[in-house]
Design a protein around this ligand. Structure first.
Ligand SMILES: C[S@@+](CC[C@H](N)C(=O)[O-])C[C@H]1O[C@@H](n2cnc3c(N)ncnc32)[C@H](O)[C@@H]1O
Length: 460
């Protein structure tokens, strides 16, 4: 079915939803389209907008179940953005005009529900139509929204599988970056993994086997426990209140361990919040000082450590300016990055970031890594890490750092340092994980966050 846009009508737009605020389900659909616009058009990260306390007002005004629905609509709309765009385009005679942004977001939010969510198609269509009619920018497209989404609902069984095969669900800059870094085949596996919600990994204070049983998970080679889908919100799971574990992707648990035996050492965690790696270092017996530039994130770190019954000194500071009173025995620098390694959890990342952000963040990381050198005693170790998949923030940055920064020498990782890491240790002795790693026949328990890590020692 091919639809064309209906001609503009003279009559005033129907603002019925403004005057009928209690059309059930309408507020959540409006919030979904609004937040989709904020991500795609204004490049606003989703996390802040769906924050329980400080989220977008339209989101914050919703009930808890409606918020969950909005998040689900957005996650699918972003994970399958190319597929949805292709299925919409196939049902239009003319491409949507570039200015029809509001209409595009209503269609994408509606299609996300019809194709990927357990929402009755009729409700998804009717609410999208009501939404379109209620907005002066889209009021005249009510008929188009109705026809297009109904056609999608009728034809989805046959239309979706080939569209999934054909469509590219990531923007060009991101796909080409992955292809250049990992080659076509691995890039495709990574992009495929990005369509599936990541499993949840836990780092245990002790006894992973016992907790794997209690949480209905499995113990991974590195000792993390993996659960495909949580049966309840994290604070309601067994072990939360007593601080038996914390949520941490298995790949994110590796950098702190690659500092080696830190028992009794003074260790600085230079970009520490919210504190997953600080907790590991404290648990391993280090005397940890956790630095972070963000007061609110440090507050979260302290809250997390309190729950876990672990201790660390916390310092709110910009480490580009801060001068340590005393040098440390070892440093962990888990630097701010493009977060392109966490797309399974944050499918907005490829749409809110671009190559210019990667370049800026790589430059910042280089400055932070140079500062790290100033925090550590001669002979001390530094592990640098981040959750980016882009070599500009990883392998390339590391090669330039080694060439250009005096007074350091690399300390390559060994394949047997931590059980299970052998496949991730590169020829250069760095660590590289991707969502295509630890891939099994069941995608819901496969993959790792994308991480880069490297280690050096101060020789001055
Ligand atoms: C990737 S996150 C760290 C995650 C943390 N290591 C963990 O495992 O939970 C990066 C952190 O760096 C902090 N940060 C960014 N620039 C900084 C700076 N100049 N000085 C100190 N902290 C900084 C951010 O506030 C953020 O909390």
């Amino acid at each position: 079915m091919v639809l064309s846009r209906s001609p503009a009508r003279r009559r005033q737009p129907d603002n019925s939803s403004e005057t009928q605020p209690d059309v059930p389900g309408l507020a959540s659909r409006k919030a979904a389209a609004k937040l989709l616009a904020a991500v795609v058009d204004a490049k606003t990260p989703l996390d802040g907008m769906v924050d329980a306390e400080h989220g977008h007002p339209q989101y914050a005004a919703l009930s808890v179940p409606d918020r969950a629905l909005v998040r689900a609509i957005l996650l699918s709309a972003l994970r399958f953005r190319g597929t949805i765009a292709q299925l919409i385009a196939a049902r239009l005679r003319d491409a949507l005009p570039p200015k029809a942004r509001a209409l595009e977001h209503i269609l994408h939010a509606g299609a996300s529900q019809i194709l990927f969510l357990d929402v009755p198609d009729s409700a998804a269509v009717d609410l999208a139509v009501t939404h379109a009619k209620s907005d002066p920018r889209t009021a005249r497209f009510g008929g188009l929204v109705n026809g297009l989404l109904r056609s999608l609902s009728r034809e989805k069984e046959t239309a979706l599988p080939p569209a999934l095969d054909r469509a590219e669900d990531a923007p060009h800059w991101f796909r080409s970056g992955l292809e250049a870094a990992y080659g076509g085949e691995k890039a495709r596996t990574i992009l495929q993994a990005h369509r599936v919600e990541a499993p949840v990994d836990f780092t245990m204070r002790a006894d992973p086997a016992l907790w794997a049983e209690r949480l209905d998970g499995t113990v991974l080679p590195n000792g993390s426990v993996r659960v495909a889908r949580l049966p309840a919100p994290v604070p309601d799971l067994p072990g939360f209140t007593e601080g038996a574990w914390w949520v941490q992707d298995a790949a994110a648990s590796l950098p702190a361990r690659l500092l080696g035996d830190v028992a009794g050492l003074r260790v600085a965690d230079l970009c520490a919040a919210p504190g997953g790696k600080t907790a590991q270092l404290a648990l391993a017996g280090a005397k940890v000082t956790a630095f972070d530039i963000s007061r609110s994130r440090l507050k979260r770190l302290r809250h997390n450590l309190d729950r876990l019954g672990l201790e660390a000194e916390t310092v709110e500071a910009d480490i580009l300016r801060h001068e340590p009173a005393e040098l440390f025995d070892a440093i962990l620098l888990d630097a701010p990055c493009s977060s392109t390694g966490t797309v399974r959890r944050h499918p907005d990342v490829p749409w809110t970031k671009g190559p210019e952000d990667v370049a800026k963040l790589a430059a910042l990381q280089r400055r932070l890594a140079e500062r790290a050198v100033q925090f550590v005693k001669p002979g001390g170790r530094v592990v640098f890490s981040n959750c980016s998949l882009m070599p500009e923030e990883g392998e390339d940055l590391w090669a330039a750092f080694l060439r250009e920064v005096p007074g350091i020498e690399p300390e390559p990782f060994r394949a047997d340092e931590i059980e299970g890491i052998a496949p991730f240790v590169t020829q250069a002795g760095t660590l590289r994980t991707t969502p295509a790693d630890w891939f099994s026949s069941d995608p819901s328990v496969s993959g790792l966050d994308g991480f880069f890590a490297a280690r050096f020692r101060i020789v001055k």
